[in-house]
Design a protein around this ligand. Sequence first.
Ligand code: ADP
Length: 357
Amino acid sequence: LDDLKKNNQQTARESPSDMMNFRKKKLGGKRTVSSNFVSPLRQSENSSSSSCLNVPPALAQLDPKMVEQILGESMHDFKPVAWEDIAGLESAKSTFLEAIIMPLRRPDLFTGVRCPPRGVLLFGPPGTGKTLIAKSIASQAKAKFFSINPSSLTSKWVGEAEKLVKTLFAVAAAHQPAIIFIDEVDSLLSKRSGNENESTLRLKNEFLIHLDGAASNEETRLLVIGATNRPQELDEAVRRRFVRRLYVPLPTKEARQKIIEKIIRQVKHNLDDFEIHQLSEFTDGYSGADVDSLCRYASMAPLRALTPNQMETIESHQLPAVTMDDFKQALRVISKSVSAEDCQQFEAWNDVYGVRH
Ligand code: ADP
């Protein structure tokens, strides 16, 4: 346990780039013919039943295959996401900084009544930056990021999904500070319906037990972030556990402009400020992901215009610039994916259950 604590303190001090190197291990110094065998694993790892990943001793009693699967598939390293990478959503960002990020960074200051919430729900239309926010929180809190998708969880581990949830929480706790991100949380924790089978119910209960466990243990620096496009599907018990429920709406005109500017900076283009501003107006009702698709589609236009022969021989600096006409063409192909009625439903749910920020 002491080793584990030291390990965690070490992780908390590491920079994001150190975190990326998390799995790099030293395999020991040079051995001569006469020296004794030295295992390449650290002492603690020798006692673990798992052989190829860094499995802390606290996890040794769990199913090693599941632990490895979680470390291999659910624990993600990614390029750190800064707040500036997320356009708009200013008030959500400041809420998170105060309520979530600082407590994960300075748990000693946030105890007792100041203890932070352990469950956060991000709801809103698809492609509005919920995943980006979760990753940015993890980057800024220097936390490990575990991401699961319930549909793959339940289909891959039929009958064992419960055990997987238990293992997931144990692995995350051993790597704290940690964030467990559950995309499409509604598909796992939806309203209890009459025809729900017993294994789904057990899975759901297992989740609630662990959410409660994380909430009641001040020592654990574990945050569960659920994301959903269908908040109305969540049952009351689940909704209550996600103490902070934040609406992530469609981007404003200013936010859309920032997204466009950031993406087209990567290619040669001849759009001036006025045209970029016009594009932010033409994309009213688009989600961040829609705007991203639009810019990508327009950026492909110079390549699309090439003959197969030119495609083989052209140098990248010879490519023509992306034009406003390319964007106008893209606007005909890439349309918005969220309807005004959908947005009204989110707003109505937000009025009743969302937190003000
Ligand atoms: P969600 O989780 O809400 O479905 P994502 O966070 O996965 O959406 O966003 C999908 C993509 O859309 C991102 O990778 C990014 O390119 C773009 N995007 C969405 N919202 C924003 C935003 N507010 N700022 C910058 N990019 C955004």
